[in-house]
Design a protein around this ligand. Structure first.
Ligand SMILES: Nc1ncnc2c1ncn2[C@@H]1O[C@H](COP(=O)(O)OP(=O)(O)OP(=O)(O)O)[C@@H](O)[C@H]1O
Ligand SMILES: [Mg+2]
Length: 294
């Protein structure tokens, strides 16, 4: 063990300490002295404007990228430990933005089994894991379908099932809902929350949608390769001006979340779509059913 942190590591899923990363010698730092921890079982949302380093950070969390300086640990394993690369990749599953790039097979259940087959998992165990994963991701009924016939949200849940079949401890989702329609997004969010709540899977969700971040245990806001704000959704979104100054994509959502706080409403667990936030605020403030356009 490199550090005297046994107890702390027992609770920590991911840790980045003083991480610096740049893509080329001449370029600026994509990650610029960033430190953060993710506890086991936690649901952390990462917000930040385009190009602030979110995807670069995500790739450090499953050893796709290694820091130029500083350290990233997956549980107690420093990501520079090449001998344990497979173990690290199994512990932290990644889901990316474009479902089409993540689907490789022509039948859903074969796609979900793909990584396990490559690992040489025995047939019976594979069957069991694939069925479990499809159930957990809510796509069991599509198991014999062709992935290209599914909607974006369904495909993304196939990708999630493929990752879950590896029995990971942690999911890192890099804007996994960005290309989906509102219903697809809601289903994916529901699935990810269920995996966190019912199966204890740690979640790091990178998103541009503040209303998604509002459903996390903790929100981390990045800017220029660093963490600039951190706290519960309520703590972060109540600082509307500060959030707006970071030029996030959806300032109107910050206003909604602010309004939710002002209205004394709990931060939404089950309210995911901005339309629902707006309607809930209207109803609380006025006591009336919202008109159509709220
Ligand atoms: N492969 C690469 N080669 C060179 N520079 C890169 C590469 N990938 C990202 N960058 C640069 O590193 C910085 C951080 O990029 P990153 O993709 O991590 O940001 P991001 O927060 O994920 O952005 P987005 O919201 O657009 O997905 C940006 O300045 C980006 O231009
Ligand atoms: Mg990105």
């Amino acid at each position: 063990m490199e550090r005297d942190k046994m107890n702390e590591h027992a609770q920590t899923m991911l840790e980045a300490k003083d991480v610096v990363f740049r893509y080329s010698e001449t370029g600026s730092n994509a990650i610029d002295g960033l430190s953060m921890q993710v506890k086991k079982g936690e649901y952390v949302a990462v917000l930040g404007a385009n190009g602030c380093g979110k995807s670069t950070l995500a790739k450090h969390f499953n050893a796709i990228l290694l820091p130029a300086s500083g350290t990233v640990w997956i549980e107690e394993i420093p990501t520079t430990d090449e001998d344990r690369l497979m173990e690290m990749r199994q512990k932290v599953g990644m889901v990316f933005q474009n479902p089409d790039n993540q689907i490789v097979a022509t039948v859903v259940e074969e796609d979900v089994a793909f990584a396990l087959e490559n690992l040489g998992v025995p047939r019976d165990e594979m069957r069991c894991r694939v069925d479990d994963a499809m159930q957990m991701a809510g796509i069991y009924k599509y198991r014999e379908k062709a992935p290209h016939k599914l909607s974006g949200g369904q495909k993304q849940r196939v990708a999630i099932a493929g990752v879950i079949a590896m029995r990971p401890d942690c999911l890192v989702l890099d804007e996994a809902t960005a290309m989906l329609d509102p219903i697809g997004r809601e289903k994916v969010m529901h699935t990810v929350h269920k995996l966190n709540r019912d199966y204890g899977i740690t979640v790091v969700q990178i998103t541009h949608y503040m209303e998604e971040a509002a459903t996390a245990d903790r929100v981390v806001v990045m800017s220029a390769g660093r963490i600039v704000m951190e706290g519960t959704p309520r703590q972060v979104f109540s600082q509307v001006e500060a959030v707006k100054a970071l030029h996030l994509d959806v300032p109107q959502s910050a206003e909604l979340c602010h309004a939710l706080t002002q209205a004394g409403l709990p931060m939404p667990d089950d309210v995911i779509r901005p339309e629902e936030c707006a309607a809930a605020i209207y109803k609380t403030l006025t006591g009336k059913e919202p008109p159509r356009d709220v």
